[in-house]
Design a protein around this ligand. Structure first.
Ligand code: FAD
Length: 306
């Protein structure tokens, strides 16, 4: 994110010291897909504790050779543990300096960071009876994985449904981990939806905004978490809110496309795919007078609620 830095390397190191003063060391780097998803495990090497909640992130800063200091946030993939190790799931971009650099590190490489920062995804205590609906695109699954492991290991028995949007069959990973969670915890289920599936793909097809709305029988009594592509998060948030979901129950974590503004036609198309009708929807209210007006024309008498 930061390039063309005119300062000397001494100045840059000073900034690194002051703003990214924490230290860790890479423990392992595993490439999960050929399409560029990498799982990195690291351990804190400074003398401070590392405590965080699912949903929080660290800002990592590295001096990328030939480019300069780069920093970006990365969510925690696992809940906090006592030995101060942590994991991140990183999507590597062809033109992305930091993701490339991190993916190419070896065990023992130093990491500079600050944090943890950001909001916890843990549901509030008085939300115990609410179902959780988690919608992730790509590596947006990372904070959800930390949340799932934390909740399920702690005996949370509310219904939790994860929908994970990927592009290709080749992007699929982590099924062993997710299958194990689902097998051990019947209250948890997950489904992968592919936007560019192969002909023989038998799972869900289409983007999350296409495949998920018809699967939600009801919308009330749920907490919605949207993570990854800011366009998906923005469009789903507006569509769900149009369907009557209170915005307090919608939790977003945008990894990119943070400033995306949804266009009305896209939101209308998503809203039209929902089958649930259990909530008061301002949109349904807008449409109702029109329907009643048509009925009155045809039958010449007033219809609808008294
Ligand atoms: C709160 C927060 C948490 C984040 N957590 C993670 C995480 O856990 N794992 C992770 O891989 N990334 C995460 N990101 C994104 C990450 O911080 C960087 O943007 C990403 O690694 C690219 O950095 P780069 O230097 O390689 O490339 P850049 O030059 O910064 O970006 C390259 C291009 O990729 C786009 N891009 C960035 N992230 C994505 C993505 N996930 N999918 C598609 N396009 C993208 C950028 O908009 C840009 O156009 C998070 C971002 C935020 C704001």
């Amino acid at each position: 994110m930061t390039t063309d830095d005119p300062r000397s390397s001494g100045d840059r190191m000073w900034e690194q010291e002051s703003r990214f003063s924490r230290r860790a060391e890479v423990v392992s780097v595993h490439r999960l897909t050929e399409t560029g998803t990498v799982r990195i495990r690291a351990r804190v090497t400074d003398d401070r504790p590392l405590d965080y909640k699912p949903g929080q992130f660290l800002a990592i800063q590295q001096d990328v050779p030939g480019i300069g200091l780069q920093h970006s946030p990365y969510c925690m993939f696992m809940p906090a543990v006592a030995d101060r190790s942590f994991e991140m799931l990183i999507r590597v971009f062809p033109e992305g300096p930091l993701s490339h650099y991190l993916a190419s590190t070896r065990p023992g490489a130093p990491l500079y960071f600050r944090g943890p920062s950001g909001r916890s995804m843990l549901p509030k205590d008085d939300d115990r009876d609410s179902e959780l609906v988690l919608l992730a695109t790509g590596v947006g699954i990372s904070p959800f994985h930390a949340l799932l492991v934390h909740l399920l290991r702690n005996g949370d028995d509310r219904r939790i449904r994860l929908f994970w949007g990927l592009r290709l069959v080749e992007d699929i990973c982590l099924t062993e981990e997710l299958d194990a969670l689902a097998a051990a915890h019947p209250n948890f289920t997950y489904a992968i939806t592919l936007s560019q599936p192969s002909d023989d793909w038998t799972g869900l097809r289409g983007r999350l905004t296409e495949s998920v709305p018809p699967l939600l029988e009801t919308l009330g009594g749920k907490r919605y978490y949207l993570s990854g592509n800011g366009a998906m998060a923005e469009e789903m948030e507006i569509a769900l809110s149009d369907m009557g979901v209170d915005r307090r129950f919608l939790h977003q974590e945008r990894f990119f496309n943070a400033r995306h503004r949804a266009d009305q036609a896209t939101v209308d198309a998503i809203v039209a795919r929902f089958v649930a009708s259990d909530l008061f929807s301002p949109r349904a209210e807008q449409q109702a007078p029109l329907l009643f007006a048509i009925e009155r024309d045809v039958h010449g008498r007033k219809v609808g609620p008294a």
